[in-house]
Design a protein around this ligand. Structure first.
Ligand code: TYM
Length: 329
């Protein structure tokens, strides 16, 4: 049976990118594989969140996971900082990672550009901690969005390097996973890059119908196709990308035809898009509120998940410690 692992940082609410990039694939896989899903609270410390908000951020993400369909009877749900074996493996993997390899990653370069006053070592070694998350459970598949592809490459490199240096096949080489084949990148509605928590361009699972409709109706468009078959601007490609994940194929084909014969009305396209987004997210939104207030259930889920995750991580660390040469006196 395959082992699957995925995670999300505990910074803010989950948006459509998180849902369609990682969570939806995961909720389907949990019926056919051994699945681990966790909240990356250590990773979120790179941006120095306030201690007073820290726990509630984790609780929000946990409630949103569960409301999206993660089943604690099938999957193991836990918080990264409650499994200290991850931090131990992180230290060991750091010894096998070269500074230049980390400085070259696109995510590090982006963060340095966006926030030059906070280039901490945790940002540089972010992919190593991510590799520890994945390798400590010896995962085969990792459901993630396109933005995490390079981090998965580093994980694979470290798995190979560890196995080679210590001459024992402790780690499988994990693959980034998406049901549709290609990893997805959900764009923002502002016509620029990806939908993200820090970009302020997201549609969140907790948004109500009015908010979603308002955000979609405000999305940036262009002045429309001038001649049949004229190429699409990035803003319109983005709307079609989101449409293709939330709507059925006939709906997407209908609006593509309208674009190609220059009869499209972007207002109609947006109305359809907003309605189809709501079909996915509104039932989740309702469940989030119930689950968030259910202390007994959340405690049960986390206690069960933490015990399972630690047992799995401890089994791996026993092999790792033997391989590295740690011995009792
Ligand atoms: P985070 O919290 O930024 O994002 C969580 C997941 O959502 C995906 N995602 C997207 N997918 C498609 N389009 C988007 N616009 C979009 N925005 C976010 C991300 O690809 C990710 O799968 N480093 C991870 C958290 C992490 C992790 C791990 C994931 C830590 N350790 C181990 C998997 C395995 C992150 O920043 O996620």
């Amino acid at each position: 049976m395959k082992t699957v692992l995925s995670g999300i940082r505990s910074t803010g609410h989950l948006h459509l990118g998180n849902y369609f990039g990682a969570l939806r694939n995961f909720t389907q896989l949990q019926h056919q594989a051994k699945c681990y899903f966790f909240i990356a609270d250590l990773h979120s410390l790179t941006t120095h969140p306030k201690p007073d908000d820290f726990h509630s951020n984790v609780r929000i993400i946990l409630s949103e996971y569960l409301a999206s369909g993660l089943d604690p009877e099938k999957s193991t749900l836990f918080v990264q900082s409650s499994v200290p074996e991850v931090s131990e493996l992180f230290v060991l993997l750091n010894m096998l990672t070269y500074k230049g390899e980390l400085e070259r990653t696109a995510s590090f370069k982006d963060k340095v550009r966006q926030n030059p006053q906070n280039v901490n070592a945790g940002l540089l070694t972010y992919p190593v901690l991510m590799a520890a998350d994945i390798l400590v459970h010896r995962a085969d598949w990792v459901p993630v969005g396109k933005d995490q592809e390079q981090h998965l490459e580093i994980t694979r490199l470290l798995a190979r390097r560890f196995n080679k240096i210590y001459n024992t096949p402790v780690f499988p080489e994990p693959e980034a996973y998406n049901f549709g084949g290609n990893l997805v990148k959900i764009p923002g509605l502002d016509g620029t890059g990806k939908m993200g928590k820090s970009e302020g361009n997201g549609i969140y699972l907790v948004d109500d119908e009015k908010t979603i409709t308002k955000k979609v109706m405000r999305a940036v468009t262009d002045s429309g196709p001038q001649t049949p078959g004229s190429p699409m601007s990035q803003e319109i490609v983005n709307l079609f990308t989101i449409l293709s994940v939330v709507s059925d194929p006939q709906t997407t084909a209908y609006f593509k035809d309208q674009y190609n014969n220059c009869t499209i009305r972007y207002g109609d396209l947006k109305k359809q898009l907003a309605a189809d987004i709501c079909k996915h997210t509104l039932p989740i939104k309702e469940r989030i509120e119930e689950i968030y207030h259910d202390d007994t259930y959340l405690k049960y889920v986390i206690e069960k998940g933490t015990a399972e995750a630690r047992a799995s991580a401890q089994a791996t660390m026993q092999l790792v410690r033997e391989a590295v040469g740690f011995k009792a006196f």
